[in-house]
Design a protein around this ligand. Sequence first.
Ligand code: MG
Length: 94
Amino acid sequence: MKIEEAQEWVKEAWSKSEKGMSKLVELASLVEECGELAEAIRKIEHGKDCQIDIEKEMGDILLSLITLAIRYDVSLQKAFDKTMESVKKKYIVK
Ligand SMILES: [Mg+2]
């Protein structure tokens, strides 16, 4: 599923949900997920096998980011494309 497809799917799903969260709660959720990823990485760096946790937390972060993007009417696909365009100009040797 592409980013824009995921964003549309989440937007549709959340519009049918009765659970409404404030933007600040959604931001806190994104930060919380980043903390969970940090914890998984910390465990790996201390020798524990948490590869599955890293994958799960990255997925959670993406969902939280998609949710926040919807709330601020940001197309993550456009945002990512712009970022990649900038990165390519800066770092890719032609
Ligand atoms: Mg999580």
